[in-house]
Design a binder for this molecule. Structure first.
Ligand SMILES: O=C(O)CCC(=O)C(=O)O
Ligand SMILES: [Fe+2]
Length: 393
């Protein structure tokens, strides 16, 4: 950890910490749940978190030495109780005694597939007709923000609402609690009105280049309604690209799952290194057991996963580029999980600039970013959602 403490960013964080805590005794709030305590610990920039309790299987993998050495952050291969599965495809897969249904597939994606999925996320997917967080507030050209940025970086993207000074733009994903979806609640939840979100009147016009770091998510498949935290099935479903559906089927093919798996919804999360994702449960899918496939690209992150309440102490896992986790079954699909920390300067060498013009913009973006592709199946096998012909598919 010695080199982190020498950096300007660390010194700045230390000054800030000392200033903000000058008259405050250092103590944990007795009301915090074990999940919250873990989030606080890994979120901290000063002091930087100790990762010795974080499972990091890459540190025991000789083919990942470069990747581990490049970043100063490392966890331990024996920090959690895991068991290796022998999969038919001969790939590595690990299960956790504390979270039944969680499978970690370290280094599942080849270096070339990781690059392909980065291009897909930014260039092909985060654009019309798929929705992104920016669409509520900005009139983003239909070729998408990334392609606009590539061809006209200084083109000014205009806000949707007339300016005012009274409301503010909430930026990151908002997390509110919601009724768990299930076959029993499906009709009632579908009937809840899902009004369009209101564009913020305070967002400034910005050149495409300045909006790029504000891209936070892009929807996959069925449209998700953030206001109610339920899917809005009346909007139909966008096609789930074979590029990602195929990766998900391959991942699910390596785990013990004998039922149908057809990915039809999800989200691409774009994180800057300062971003976090608060502990939450993904409970909007009508099927509470079918696999959720979560792909990590770019900088590494600390991922926490606990149990059905925040009172369960979560297991911290260091997810690196190319790792996949699969969450299935009732215990895991409804388990609290979150991302309290993106680990700066952990972009693996194979995603850094390689001298090719084509890759340069992606590598520059990735220097300070992590991308997570999170794919789910909404309906259980045989469930008839009673939907009329969707308008988009
Ligand atoms: O970024 C991650 O690894 C997890 C994302 C997640 O939990 C979600 O999108 O619901
Ligand atoms: Fe999630």
């Amino acid at each position: 950890m010695a080199s982190i403490t020498q950096t300007a960013a660390y010194k700045r964080a230390r000054r800030q910490h000392l200033k903000s805590t000058r008259n405050r005794p250092e103590q944990l709030d007795p009301h915090w749940t074990p999940f919250r305590i873990a989030e606080k610990k890994y979120k901290s920039h000063f002091p930087p978190p100790d990762l010795s309790n974080v499972l990091d299987l890459a540190t025991a993998d000789t083919s990942r030495v470069d990747e581990v050495e490049k970043g100063v952050w490392r966890g331990r291969p024996d920090a959690a109780e895991v068991r290796q599965l022998f999969t038919s495809a001969g790939r590595q897969a690990y299960v956790f005694s504390s979270v039944p249904g969680l499978v970690l597939l370290p280094s599942f994606l080849s270096q070339e597939t990781q690059k392909e999925l980065v291009r897909w996320s930014l260039r092909d997917h985060a654009r019309y007709p798929n929705e992104t967080n920016l669409d509520t507030h900005y009139t983003v050209p239909s070729e998408g923000l990334w392609n606009t940025f590539r061809t006209s970086p200084s083109l000014v993207v205009t806000p949707r609402a007339a300016p005012s000074t009274t409301r503010s733009f909430s930026g990151p994903r908002e997390l509110i609690s919601n009724v768990p979806a299930s076959p029993a609640t499906y009709s009632a939840l579908s009937a809840v009105p899902k009004p369009d979100p209101t564009p913020s009147p305070t967002v400034p016009p910005l050149p495409a280049s300045a909006l790029i770091p504000r891209l936070r998510w892009a929807n996959i498949g069925w449209f998700y309604h953030w206001g109610t935290k339920q899917y809005d099935f009346t909007r139909g479903k966008q096609v789930v690209s074979e590029t990602i559906a195929d990766v998900c089927r391959q991942a699910v093919g390596t785990i013990p799952w004998n039922e149908v798996f057809e990915p039809d919804a999800g989200i691409v999360n774009f994180y800057q290194t300062k971003d976090t994702l608060m502990g939450h449960v993904d409970r909007s899918e009508v099927c509470a057991t079918s696999p959720l496939v979560s792909v990590s690209l770019g900088n590494a992150a600390v991922f926490l996963i606990g149990g059905l309440t925040r009172d369960i102490d979560p297991v911290p896992i260091l997810l690196r580029s190319g790792d996949i986790i699969v969450m299935s079954g009732p215990a895991c699909r409804r388990a609290y999980h979150g991302v309290p920390r993106i680990l700066e300067n952990t972009l693996p060498v194979h995603l850094a600039a390689d001298g090719m013009d084509e890759w340069l913009p992606y590598s520059t973006y990735l220097e300070t970013s992590r991308i997570n592709i999170n794919v789910r199946q909404v309906f259980p096998k045989g469930f008839d959602p009673g939907l009329k012909a969707p308008p988009h598919s």
